[in-house]
Design a protein around this ligand. Sequence first.
Ligand code: 8DG
Ligand code: MG
Ligand code: MG
Length: 143
Amino acid sequence: TPPSTPIPKVGVAVFLLNGSKVLLGKRLSAIGHSTFALPGGHLEFGESFEECAAREVKEETGLEIDKTEYLTVTNNVISEKVHVVCIFMRATPADPNQKPQTLEPEKCDGWDWYEWNNLPKPLFGPLENMVQSGYNPFPTTAS
Ligand code: 8DG
Ligand code: MG
Ligand code: MG
């Protein structure tokens, strides 16, 4: 078979926000191995961004999400073979006390809540770029 032409994919990643904490897990997939990333995955045919966010978070952590909102999009040329346009959403856990489960142990070492001001290292490249640029996923509070 002829070599296939690589094409960009659509990713959806979710800033799951719990107070001043965000949910991150250490990746075990080839792309970004050993880096901390948000739950998320690839948009399936016919899905809305909100549906994809809820599905991926549920598949990967067992958590149900609420207040799902679109935040921003980034263009991530990750390697010669991997180009992902990633949609970033934010959401809150439906039950803030429910513990995340490691439902895809081949893809993630485990999930935990991290203070936004004390994120683990190294972060997954696309997330590191956002943090470096000063991006903040938390809603601006009225003052
Ligand atoms: P799937 O087969 O379940 O659909 O996909 P997955 O195995 O869960 O995909 P993923 O790599 O977790 O996410 C899809 C792509 O989204 C990823 O390869 C690159 C992009 N992406 C970012 N930033 C982040 C992030 O912080 N977390 C996740 N999960 N994906 C991200 O650009
Ligand atoms: Mg997934
Ligand atoms: Mg994933």
